[in-house]
Design a binder for this molecule. Structure first.
Ligand code: DX5
Ligand code: ZN
Length: 216
């Protein structure tokens, strides 16, 4: 069964507890961190994650859209992240290796993400250190953007590599996910779908989560 991870970026930050309650039937909670340098937007960070951790038992899927993410792995782990995903484009290769290793050493799942312009092959040297690969279907930075269909080939290519090698790596799709594009991602081999605006705009969020899973 495909997992759904609502992105808190589309929630009301003044009313987070009730927005989290409204999506508790989902599988994971996606937490987007932006530093205004790696992406042209600033979102939420460590103190908000600490508060969210106190509010919910959901699996916290933290997506770091920041430069030099290796500096903050310890802080996000201590704040309650279950999975910490860094961007391949965010630091030099040795720092990315260090970030992934540190995440696992702290007992957390380690993820690596690719921007739309980055090729799947660039990730291969890191694959054995990853528990999850996140494929972006929009340029990171903002919710509510249009799904980039041309990234589906990258998703299926990664699915093949993971399956051929028999690696226990989950594939996550993020950006522009709605019931129609969710089908495309599922068919291309995604295990986890992030959806922000589509879920938080829905009248019935629980029903929308079921629809994204393909249950209705
Ligand atoms: C974008 C973020 C996404 C975003 C998705 O940079 O990484 O997680 O919240 O938002 P939607 O689902 O609205 O495209
Ligand atoms: Zn994200």
């Amino acid at each position: 069964m495909i997992k759904i991870a609502p992105s808190l970026l589309s929630a009301d930050f003044a009313d987070l507890a009730s927005d989290i309650e409204s999506i508790k039937s989902a599988d994971w909670l996606h937490f987007d961190v932006m530093d205004g340098v790696f992406v042209p937007n600033i979102s939420i960070g460590i103190p908000v994650l600490t508060s969210v951790r106190r509010t919910t038992d959901m699996f916290l899927d933290v997506h770091l859209m920041i430069t030099q993410p290796q500096r903050y792995i310890g802080d996000f782990a201590a704040a309650g992240a279950d999975l910490i995903t860094v961007h391949l484009e965010g630091a030099a290769p040795e720092d990315i290796h260090a970030a992934l290793r540190r995440t696992r050493a702290l007992g957390k799942k380690a993820g690596l993400s690719l921007k739309p312009g980055t090729a799947a092959d660039d990730l291969l040297p890191f694959l054995s250190e990853c528990d999850l690969v996140l494929v972006m279907f929009v340029e990171p930075g903002f919710g509510g953007q249009k799904f980039m269909r041309d990234q589906l080939d990258k998703l299926s290519a990664l699915r093949k590599i993971i399956d051929v090698r028999g690696l226990p790596v989950l594939l996550e799709a993020d950006g522009g996910v709605n019931p129609a594009t969710a089908r495309l991602c599922a068919a291309a081999g995604a295990d986890v779908l992030v959806a922000g605006s589509d879920i938080f705009k829905a009248q019935d969020r629980a029903a929308r989560i079921r629809e994204l899973r393909g249950e209705i």
